[in-house]
Design a protein around this ligand. Structure first.
Ligand code: AMP
Length: 330
């Protein structure tokens, strides 16, 4: 086994979590709303690994099905009574308001496992490592390091999906530990090529919509953004989570340092998706009912005035960052 000091420090909490897992007959795993591949991958990977180690236990993964990620796996539908005397684990979810399925409160014990900054601690036990690329990376080590837990083909596939998702196929957020985790997963029988293809595929409808996004995106002062109204999304026939691919489109544009997608909700407010190649966008997200990571965050804007304010803050942040880069270069 390969340990670094950060890992050793976290073995104690992992040990405590394992003791709780051993104690409970029913374990229910939650994750955040509007899940991304890491939320679903870490949730299902943990479920697979626990199931392999404890076949006699009832282990469930719950939350709304998301059309775009149905290929990863499916959720369990369970009655309220299942929560009696259950251990609930919430994964990849920084704050309580974002947990998918309110029933997470109804279990006997609650555990938080996360890799976001721990701005809102919750649960009876917490294992939070903001330095990790993904919760899937954390679960990979958890299953691999702790006897009697097991990595299996199915767990490895789901965890690989999560790591690839949260690192943008190893373009960001990866550390040497990430590659150690992936090297462990590569020992299992996974159709990596198929998974990689699924992760980078968009539908023809989404491809055509990309044309519109490239045409209409604004780029000023190193900040890129686009607003997508409900009417535009409906006209594009993109469906529920169909705009998710848009946020990645700005990353390959040289002139863009930070960027935002403003996606209109049913009530006329906006979901804000923030990304960065350097400046911290999490601090801006926090000013607008959001949070996330330094380089990838989400927030909410109630109207156009708040959108304008966010763009202004992004420009200021991009300006400070690029000025300091220029100074360092001199
Ligand atoms: P997204 O743009 O939805 O992919 O989210 C990027 C990151 O920000 C993820 O780590 C999310 O968990 C987090 N995030 C998104 N929206 C919110 C929000 N409203 N509040 C807190 N965190 C958020």
């Amino acid at each position: 086994m390969i340990f670094n000091s950060a890992r050793l420090k976290d073995m104690d909490i992992q040990y405590q979590i394992l003791r709780q897992i051993e104690k409970y007959q029913t374990i229910i795993i939650h994750r955040h709303q509007r899940p991304d591949p890491d939320a679903v991958g870490s949730q299902l990977g943990l479920k697979n690994g626990l199931q392999a180690a404890f076949p006699e236990k009832n282990i469930y993964a719950v939350g709304k099905e998301i059309t775009g990620l149905a290929w990863v796996g499916s959720m369990d539908i369970i009655p309220d009574s299942t929560y009696e005397n259950a251990l609930v684990i919430v994964i990849d979810t920084a704050n309580v308001a974002r947990i998918d399925d309110d029933r997470f409160k109804n279990g006997d014990k609650l555990i938080k496992i996360d890799h976001h900054p721990n701005d809102e601690p919750y649960g009876d036990l917490m294992w939070v490592e903001p330095g990790r690329s993904s919760c899937s990376e954390m679960v990979t080590f958890f299953l691999d390091d702790n006897i009697p837990l097991l990595l299996t083909d199915e767990a490895a596939r789901n965890l690989y999906i999560g790591i690839v998702g949260d690192t943008g196929r190893f373009m960001y957020a990866s550390t040497p530990e990430t590659f150690i985790a992936v090297s462990k997963l590569y020992h299992f029988s996974i159709d990596y090529e198929r998974v990689n293809r699924e992760m980078s595929s968009i539908s023809l409808v989404q491809a055509r919509f990309s044309g519109k996004v490239y045409d209409e995106m604004k780029v000023e002062d190193h900040v890129g953004w686009i607003t997508l109204t409900k009417a535009e999304i409906e006209a594009g026939h993109l469906g529920n989570e169909g705009t998710n691919f848009v946020v990645g489109m700005f990353g390959s544009i040289k002139e863009v340092l930070v960027w935002a997608n403003f996606i209109e909700n049913d009530d006329g407010s906006y979901r804000v998706r923030l990304r960065s190649k350097g400046p911290n966008v999490n601090e801006i997200a926090k000013l607008h009912n959001g949070g996330g990571h330094d380089m990838a965050s989400g927030a909410k804007a109630k109207d156009q005035t708040e959108i304008d304010q966010i763009i202004k803050e992004l420009k200021e942040s991009a300006n400070i960052f690029s000025t300091s880069l220029e100074k360092t270069a001199k």
